[in-house]
Design a protein around this ligand. Structure first.
Ligand code: B12
Ligand code: SF4
Ligand code: SF4
Length: 313
């Protein structure tokens, strides 16, 4: 049995995490997701909302032990990625690239950071950020990192939604004082308390992808079309003028929770990748080499070219 994470160790871990850019940290003993979530998720799949994202059908997503069979606990982290320097470039760019894509690939960046944290506090485990079958918003919400908004984003009432979620599954148990009872109110309550009557995101979505209940029709979302869909993007004329060629931030841009100073990350933590600057200018490199270390690499050059053509047609 590994040593338990104590209250003082967790406080020190949070302080260290803050130094390296994480704004929130939550901890949960390993447990199964509640039945309400499972039913919700099954319905999401049964109604075909997930388009052709077949990996979302993997039922291991309900069982964290498939990710780390010896796990005892899960630590959840929020890592903000909105930088004022990028805001300026994005405003001036002829083609729009989602904010998250302007920096080093977050899979690499955050895995390194979580490994640092694990090493610093002698924790044994596995770092995950969209790299294993884990429903991250669900666990992060349950760990208290935010609430689910009408746009489906996990939103911190204090800091908005421009943050990644990362998880560290660990073999270490949590001290009794850290084993807070996990209250899991229905996500509909989140929208009620967070959004109230606001529907700005739903009204702003150019493809009517959002259904107003925190869910979306994935195949309609520009983020899906420009990143995940293996076919060439084809846009309706009214959508083209928005010029998003890689991801989409419209339903976050309009959200009042992202209108505050505290939705920005500390500028010194910006790990900007130069590929974004060129692509946002409409220049796709001739080879894959300049994309190394960026989120564009996995999508390939042809997909980028196709996305640019799709908004120009
Ligand atoms: C597939 C995927 C996509 C797909 C589909 C998105 C979707 N809404 O399902 C596409 C390509 C469209 C996409 C787009 C984006 N994505 Co994405 N995506 C994922 C991925 C890999 C899986 C999501 C998933 O499981 N979807 C299935 C649905 C059912 O689950 P969900 O929307 O994630 O969460 C719902 C449930 O958790 C539910 N819920 C939560 N708690 C509870 C409790 C109960 C009781 C119940 C009933 C329900 C419930 O509420 C949520 C909203 O409905 C995750 C990473 C991961 N491994 O989780 C990232 C992730 C969700 N994406 C992320 C980001 C940043 C984006 C974009 C902003 C990127 C961009 N700028 O283009 C957009 C945002 C679009 C939007 N409005 O959601 C972040 C979100 C961070 C945050 N603060 O919420 C994640 C977590 C990646 C990460 N590690 O940071 N994404
Ligand atoms: S990311 Fe863009 S297309 Fe997708 S739901 Fe939000 S506003 Fe609509
Ligand atoms: S824009 Fe309004 S409705 Fe949409 S998530 Fe933000 S507060 Fe909620």
């Amino acid at each position: 049995m590994r040593e338990a994470v104590t209250v003082s160790q967790f406080a020190a871990l949070k302080a260290y995490a803050d130094e390296i850019g994480f704004t929130e940290v939550g901890a949960l003993p390993l447990t199964a997701p509640d039945e309400a979530f499972k039913a919700f998720y099954d319905n999401f799949l049964a109604t075909g909302r997930h388009a052709d994202l077949r990996y979302l059908e993997r039922k291991e997503r309900f069982d964290l032990l498939t990710v780390l069979p010896t796990a005892q606990s899960i630590l959840l982290f929020a890592y903000p990625y909105r930088f004022s320097s990028v805001e300026m470039k994005l405003r001036a760019a002829p083609y729009k690239i989602a904010r998250y894509a302007w920096q080093r690939d977050y899979h690499l960046l955050l895995r390194e950071k979580l490994q640092h944290i694990a090493a610093q506090f002698s924790l044994v485990g596995r770092a995950v950020t969209d790299s294993a079958p884990v429903p991250e918003r669900y666990w992060a919400r349950r760990a208290g990192l935010g609430k689910i908004g009408r746009n489906g984003m996990l939103i911190s009432p204090a800091r908005g939604s421009y943050f990644f979620i990362a998880a560290l599954l660990i073999e270490n148990p949590l001290a009794a004082q850290l084993r807070q009872p996990a209250a899991v109110p229905a996500s509909a309550e989140d929208i009620h308390s967070l959004c109230g009557e606001c529907r700005l995101c739903v009204d702003a979505c150019p493809t009517a992808a959002l259904t107003g209940d925190g869910l979306m029709h994935v195949e309609k979302c520009i983020s899906y079309t420009t990143i995940e869909d293996t076919r060439s993007a084809s846009y309706a004329p009214e959508t083209r003028r928005h010029l998003w060629i890689f991801g989409c931030d419209i339903c976050q841009q309009v959200c009042p929770y992202n209108k505050t100073e505290s939705s920005y990350a500390r500028e010194e933590l910006n790990a900007e990748h130069t590929a974004a600057v060129d692509i946002a200018a409409g220049v796709v490199p001739a080879s894959r080499a300049p994309l190394k270390g960026s989120v564009f690499l996995r999508r390939g050059l042809q997909k980028l070219r196709d996305n640019i053509s799709a908004v120009e047609d």
